[in-house]
Structure formats: structure tokens, C-alpha cells
Design a protein around this ligand. Structure first.
Ligand code: NDP
Length: 310
């Protein structure tokens, strides 16, 4: 009979590796599936400047490589494959099934889901090419590179306004590009932004072209009300039009919120299935930082340890 594991971790970002280190040190012998993009979103970031403990910053790939090595040091079994299907038990101490394809399956009493989320793209030319070369999904990570320069933020939701608010304290001018003629963000954030003298809100605006050869120089904007086009020159473009949590394979198994994020119990990381925990961006539409993800990975491992041993 195939072995029944104590801890299977799905995902290899900061939440997954942090969970692995804590689970391994607690004697749970974790098995971690990396998924299609080992290391997750941070491997597409150039430099991480805001993770505690790296006074000079650290390259995103190097950081994730270190996380992997640290998990391996405690004998985490890392498998570079994607989970394609899951079947979770509803019983306490029941066995959960994790499928890699039609034939290969793993059994485990505990599962930690750390599959993260992916930011939504505009789906226009040069957008992916200029990622890290002027285009970013994270003002707290990359805003500093645009100190005293002009930047633009796309989106009218809470994320976009938070990004714009953060950038307004660093940059000279911040254009907020909103495709409708109103903001969707909460009133408190709207009021904060409306009080910023260096934030210029451009309503009815769609970015239709990215300008630059080797790095971002500007953008062409279509005013979708008057059907006119306009170019603005900026050093940074921050896209904040929402995220998509990677929860497709869990939809029939776990309780999700209306945006597809996994719902966990108040005060811990347990999902609605006993022994199944969620950590990192897959359950967090708000903070989405490497350090908060790593923190919640640690919490999930401690919650699982308690579930198994107490
Ligand atoms: P939202 O889905 O709330 O907002 C996305 C914004 O991007 C909308 O203005 C939307 O426009 C716009 N948009 C979507 N697609 C495009 C596109 N292709 N081109 C241009 N604009 C586009 O996402 P958020 O990430 O802002 O928020 C997600 C959730 O997280 C929300 O529930 C939010 O409240 C929460 N959150 C809370 C925070 C807090 O409490 N501090 C901080 C951040 C997020 P349109 O309105 O036209 O659809």
C-alpha cells in the first residue's frame, strides 16, 4: 500500500517553502509540489528590497533559490510537478488524495495549499517584455526606483488606489488611469487619493500602447468617451487591475470567496476541510507581500502540527 504522508504542500512561493521548513522541523516530513512556476511570482521580480533581513535587497530568483535550499536542508521532499486534481476528506484525520495525473496520486492526512495568485495583465503589446523594465505589479516593491519621477497606475479599485497613494509619497506625479468614469475603490481610499496634490485621475482612459524600445518611456492612452488619443511620458507603469487566485482545482472541494480566494477559519489557516490549510496569496486578497506570505506559511505548518499531534 502506498505511504500515507503527514504533510503535502502545494506551491513553491514564500508561503510554501516557509510551511515546508516549519513542517519539516516539526517532524512532519513534508512533500512539496512546486507547480509549473517553481518559486512563484517572486522569480519574475528583479530585486526584493522590502524583505526583512536583506539590507542590500536580494534578487527575486536568488531569494527563492535560498528558500528552496533552506527547505531541502531540513529534508523536504521537493517534487517539480503540478497537482492536477485533489479529493479532500470531510472526516477529522481522514485521508486526502492529491493527484498528479490520472495514474499518480499521493495520500496525506495534512495538506497545505500555497498556490498563490497571478496578477491580471492588460494583454497589450510589450507588457510582458517590459516587466521589471518599467512595468510592475507592486508599488511597495518597485516604487523606490521611480523616486521623484512620473509614473502611472492603472485601475480604479482598492489595490490601484493603495498603489497610487504609496507612489504619491515618492514620485513627482502619479497618473491614475481608470477605464470607467468612476472609482470602484472604498470611500476612505478615494478620499485619501483626492487629497493628494500630485495624483491626477484620468477617467475613461484605456492604455492602448506601451512606448519604448529597451525599457518603458511612456504610454498611449485612449479617451474612450471622446475617442481621442494622448501620450504621457512616464518611467513606471503599475498595473493594479486585480489578481486571479490559483484555485481552479479546489473549487469543488473548498469554500472560496466571490473572487475565488480560499476562505480560512477566523484566527487560523484551516479551510472548511479538516486537515487542509491555506497560506499566502491564495487566501489573501489584501496584503500579498512576500513577508506576509512566509508568515502565513509558518502559521499553516504550526496549525497542521497541532492538528496532527494534539
Ligand atoms: P478590483 O477587482 O476591485 O478592481 C480592479 C480595477 O481594475 C477596477 O477598477 C477595474 O475596472 C479595473 N480593471 C479591470 N480590468 C481592467 C483592464 N483590462 N483595463 C483597465 N482597468 C481594468 O481589484 P483589486 O485588486 O483592486 O481588489 C481586489 C479585492 O481586494 C477587492 O475586494 C478589494 O476590496 C480588496 N482589497 C482590499 C484592500 C484593502 O482593504 N486595503 C487593498 C487591496 C485590495 P472596472 O471597475 O471598470 O471593472
Amino acid at each position: 500500500m502506498k505511504k500515507i504522508h503527514n504533510c503535502v504542500i502545494i506551491g513553491s512561493g514564500p508561503a510554501g517553502y516557509s510551511a515546508a521548513i516549519y513542517a519539516a522541523r516539526a517532524g512532519l516530513n513534508p512533500v512539496l509540489f512546486t507547480g509549473m512556476q517553481p518559486g512563484g511570482q517572486l522569480t519574475t521580480t528583479t530585486i526584493i528590497d522590502n524583505y526583512l533581513g536583506f539590507p542590500k535587497g536580494i534578487d527575486g530568483n536568488d531569494f527563492m533559490d535560498n528558500c528552496k535550499k533552506q527547505a531541502e536542508r531540513f529534508n523536504t521532499k521537493i517534487i517539480e510537478k503540478s497537482v492536477t486534481k485533489v479529493s479532500f476528506s470531510t472526516e477529522r484525520n481522514g485521508i486526502h488524495y492529491i493527484f498528479l495525473n490520472n495514474t499518480e496520486k499521493f495520500k496525506s492526512i495534512g495538506v497545505i495549499i500555497a498556490t498563490g495568485s497571478i496578477p491580471k495583465f492588460l494583454e497589450i503589446d510589450k507588457e510582458k517584455k517590459f516587466m521589471g523594465l518599467g512595468i510592475s505589479f507592486c508599488a511597495t516593491c518597485d516604487g523606490f526606483f521611480h523616486k521623484n519621477k512620473d509614473v502611472a497606475v492603472i485601475g480604479g479599485g482598492d489595490s490601484a488606489l493603495e498603489e497610487a497613494n504609496y507612489l504619491a509619497n515618492i514620485c513627482r506625479k502619479v497618473y491614475l488611469l481608470v477605464r470607467k468614469n468612476y472609482l470602484r475603490a472604498s470611500k476612505i481610499l478615494q478620499n485619501r487619493i483626492l487629497n493628494k496634490k500630485n495624483v491626477y485621475i484620468l477617467y475613461n482612459s484605456n492604455v492602448i500602447e506601451i512606448i519604448g524600445n529597451d525599457f518603458l518611456k511612456g504610454i498611449k492612452i485612449l479617451d474612450n468617451k471622446n475617442n481621442t488619443e494622448n501620450i504621457i511620458f512616464i518611467s513606471g507603469l503599475f498595473i493594479a487591475i486585480g489578481h486571479i487566485p490559483n484555485t481552479k482545482i479546489f473549487g469543488n472541494e473548498l469554500r472560496l470567496d466571490k473572487n475565488g480566494y480560499i476562505l480560512t477559519e477566523k484566527g487560523n489557516t484551516m479551510t472548511n476541510k479538516p486537515g487542509v490549510f491555506a497560506a499566502g496569496d491564495v487566501q489573501d486578497p489584501i496584503y500579498r507581500q512576500a513577508i506576509t506570505s512566509a508568515g502565513s506559511g509558518c502559521m499553516a505548518a504550526l496549525d497542521l502540527e497541532k492538528y496532527i499531534f494534539i
